[in-house]
Design a protein around this ligand. Structure first.
Ligand SMILES: O=c1ccn([C@@H]2O[C@H](COP(=O)(O)OP(=O)(O)O[C@H]3O[C@H](CO)[C@@H](O)[C@H](O)[C@H]3O)[C@@H](O)[C@H]2O)c(=O)[nH]1
Ligand SMILES: [Mn+2]
Length: 385
């Protein structure tokens, strides 16, 4: 008998957490590219050698054409850099879970919003609820909403979302529903369930709670201010007064749930993720640096509250269409051999609600469906609502 890595097979602890495979057909693509490069060089040579000398106007015009050909060829060559050696990466979540169990790291999730009119709070809450319900130990997740709109409407919406999360999170995990954005989930599954199963019962119940929450948020938004009886429900509203505007206000930080608080539990008694509202200080004349500025403020605030080693960032108009997003990313960060070289994992984005003609080509067919199709099957992606 040899050692563990011999006859007995590879030591489980040594197995990598992700695998990189080179796509097939690389040689054929290189050959194809090479023939195009030859074509390009021939066109350039043709232009250079056969510059018409009959008139100055002709040679000037031909010079411009030569320049255009060189530019187009150059751009084409640059695009080849991403296609000549396509690799696919496959994370092994099961190995991650069995190896790390209780030792899985804490994760801070940053959601940025900037304007309650352009980015309606009910939409932002679906994003927040989708990230709160990832398949990951809830006591290790902290969700921070950065509100550059400095709006009490967004704060109110987050308060509503924190109450609804007590039903939404256990529902998603019990039935493994996908996607975890309640707005997208219920708009895909909008038929009435009339059977007697416990799923149908829970589904109807949670859908009703969701619709109620959404209509409360939307009606407060339509009014443009928070009714007095709601203001009395939470001391956080005292941060707002008539002087607070989007561009001029003090820092506002409100912790709506903390996962070390034994009272912060869902309807089944499981710990809730930490949930924090942040609206960083703004003063007229001081550059706030948009999303980058918001991320800096989020780093400083989260450092004091949860200080997780891993940070996940989403825009407020996104949702994760795969609840295992965190586990997938951790396979790259925690891989014993290669993890130290990785500081950043980016998921592909897909766009929803596009107009039929997609005049700005947002659906990005060449990249999403031709160049990296397998990544879509194996990697989670963040989607725009
Ligand atoms: O002062 C600001 C301005 C924007 N945002 C947020 O930043 C995000 C992105 O802004 P958006 O205007 O929606 O830009 P998009 O073009 O939709 O987003 C793409 O482009 C951005 C800037 O290039 C990147 O930051 C995003 O991640 C990327 O998805 C949104 O959540 C905003 O709420 C702020 O937090 N503060
Ligand atoms: Mn956006």
């Amino acid at each position: 008998m040899k050692d563990d890595k011999g006859i007995m097979g590879a030591n489980k602890e040594d197995e990598p957490l992700f695998e990189t495979k080179i796509a097939r057909g690389g040689a054929a693509h290189k050959l194809f590219s090479f023939t195009i490069i030859i074509g390009l060089v021939l066109i350039w040579t043709y232009r250079l050698i056969l510059i018409p000398t009959t008139s100055r106007r002709h040679s000037w015009f031909n010079g411009i054409l030569f320049f255009a050909d060189v530019l187009l060829g150059f751009y084409w060559i640059i695009t080849q850099s991403g296609r000549c050696r396509v690799v696919y990466r496959y994370p092994f979540k099961d190995r991650l879970i069995t190896r790390y169990k209780e030792k899985l790291p804490k994760v801070d999730i940053f959601v940025c919003t900037a304007d309650p009119i352009l980015e309606p709070p009910s939409m932002v809450m679906s994003t927040v609820l989708s990230v709160m319900s990832y398949n990951y130990p809830t006591e290790k997740i902290s969700v921070y909403l950065s509100d550059d709109g400095g709006s009490e409407l967004t704060f109110y919406a987050l308060l509503e979302a924190s109450k609804f999360s007590k039903s939404w999170i256990p529902f998603t995990k019990k039935y493994n529903v996908e996607p975890r954005s309640p707005e997208v989930y219920f708009s895909h599954q909008n038929t009435h369930m009339d059977n007697e199963s416990s799923f149908a019962h829970d589904w109807t119940n949670v859908k009703e709670l969701y619709e109620d929450m959404k209509s409360r948020i939307d009606s407060v938004e339509a009014k443009g201010c928070i009714p007095g009886e709601i203001v009395d429900q939470h001391k956080g509203f005292s941060e707002w007064n008539s002087k607070v505007t989007k561009h001029d206000h003090q820092s506002i930080v409100q912790i709506l749930a903390h996962n070390s608080d034994p009272k912060a539990v869902d309807i089944e008694g499981n710990r809730l993720p930490t949930l924090v509202y942040l609206s960083r200080e703004k003063k007229p004349g001081w550059p706030h640096n948009f999303k980058a500025g918001a991320m800096n403020a989020l780093l400083r605030v989260s450092e004091k509250i949860s200080n997780a080693p891993i940070i996940l960032n989403v825009d407020c108009d996104m949702y994760a269409n795969d609840p295992d997003v965190i586990q997938d990313a951790l396979c790259f960060f925690l891989d014993e051999k290669k993890g130290q070289q990785i500081s950043y994992v980016q998921y592909p984005q897909q766009y929803n609600n596009l107009v039929k003609n997609d005049i700005y080509a947002n659906v990005n067919l060449p990249i999403n469906e031709v160049c990296v199709p397998i990544i879509y099957l194996t990697m989670p992606s963040l989607s725009y609502i």
